[in-house]
Design a protein around this ligand. Structure first.
Ligand code: HEM
Ligand code: FES
Length: 356
């Protein structure tokens, strides 16, 4: 099986995103080197560059790790998520410059291969305080490389979404390695512990945001729906769903997005085929459910993307009883047509009074 390669489609939003990214990184590096050489006039340019690129990379990694939970907590952060992969590639490039400069500076002057020297010049692997922290940075860099190299959608389709997602979860291992790399590095230098303290604050923020987002999702999953005799479960009041938006409910352990549009209700899996984005946080645009992360679209009745696209998500049988939406927990195969439930009479009138 082969997958067709498609070049990146640049649009205005991507240009603004990348322009802001490059400008911010350049500004950070200029400020770091400028202020650093003013505060430490004896520091060499190489040292300032190693530290500038290293801190820029880890700072950006914190931004990347925070974007996911921030978007779950507040939709206003969604534009940041749109091009998150460019942040990942930039992080890798910054870290690469830092790693290469460090190897050239500290490991290339002897008669041992610099890459070998990286692992053997300090053999105190059994010590905590003296641990060769550079090796941890190396392994983190390898992970960042793998993620950057496979970030294009070509790899997403080729590897399958599940494998791709699992591979990209290694970002948390890379982060753990880097926390150790920087903390142990700071312990071994005579410099102030400001860096380690800043890192601790960053780690605390990342953990707190993940916990807050997980708690919020857990609350959605916790509400146990009432089951009818024929297997349908009562999930929500039809009036509670705003027009062209969805309520996300948990049915049979699966998150389902229940969309309301043009007097109809349809239910599809909440998980986007692209990168598992939360479809239920998207809207109906031009008659299609539109994923809030990168805009993949699906017809609400079939869960299938409009041609020429081929992505499909599962659909769920849906009906309305006494103004309440009921869903059958047995998912249909992705792309299966399900007759939408119709909002009629009293339900529509109550809805009109509430939302229009
Ligand atoms: C081959 C891989 C790597 C090597 C050889 C390496 C080497 C080093 C060395 C020698 C230092 C101490 C620099 C100094 O005290 O002046 C350092 C610090 C640091 N490294 Fe790495 N590193 C690697 C990968 C990474 C990666 C992948 C990141 C982040 C994404 C990273 C982030 C940092 C940070 C934030 C510091 C502290 C900066 C500072 O000292 O001000 N390193 N690294
Ligand atoms: S996750 Fe990318 S479009 Fe849905």
């Amino acid at each position: 099986m082969s997958v067709q390669y498609q070049a990146i489609g640049w649009n205005r939003q991507k240009r603004i995103y990348d322009g802001t990214l490059v400008g911010s990184v350049a500004l950070y590096l200029a400020l770091f080197v400028g202020i650093g050489s003013w505060l430490h006039p004896n520091a060499t340019a190489e040292t300032l560059l190693i530290r500038g690129f290293g801190t820029a990379a880890i700072l950006l990694l914190h931004v990347i790790l925070s974007i996911g939970p921030l978007c779950r907590l507040n939709r206003r952060f969604l534009p940041l998520l749109y091009n998150r992969r460019h942040l990942g590639v930039t992080t890798f490039l910054l870290a690469l410059v830092h790693g290469v400069f460090s190897i050239v500076q500290f490991h290339s002057l002897g008669d041992v291969n610099p890459l070998v020297s990286l692992f053997v010049s300090n053999p105190r692997y059994a010590s905590f305080v003296q641990f060769p922290f550079q090796s941890l940075g190396f392994f983190a860099l390898v992970i960042l490389f793998l993620m950057a190299a496979t970030s294009h959608d070509f790899w997403l389709h080729n590897l399958t979404a599940a494998v791709w997602k699992r591979l990209h979860m290694f970002v948390y291992l890379a982060y753990a390695l880097l926390v150790a790399h920087v903390t142990l590095g700071a312990l071994q230098s005579e410099r102030s512990l400001l860096l380690a303290a800043t890192l601790a604050a960053g780690l605390g923020t990342v953990v707190a945001l993940h916990l807050a987002a997980a708690r919020r999702e857990h609350r959605t999953d916790e509400t146990a729906p009432v089951k009818a005799l024929d297997g349908f479960v009562d999930v929500c009041d039809a009036n509670a769903i705003p027009e062209k938006q969805a309520a996300v409910v948990c049915v049979g352990g699966e998150r389902v997005a229940v969309f309301r549009y043009d007097g109809k209700i349809s239910a599809v899996s909440n998980v986007c085929r692209h990168q598992n984005g939360p479809l239920g946080e998207g809207r109906i645009v031009d008659g299609c459910i539109t994923c809030p992360w990168h805009g993949y679209q699906y017809k609400p009745e079939t869960g299938a993307a409009p041609p020429p696209f081929t992505e499909k998500v599962e659909t769920f049988p849906v009906r309305i009883r006494n103004g309440r939406v009921q869903i059958h927990p047995r998912a249909n195969a992705p792309g299966t047509f399900v007759e939408p439930a119709r909002l009629e009479g009293a339900v529509m009138r109550t809805y009109d009074a509430q939302f229009r």
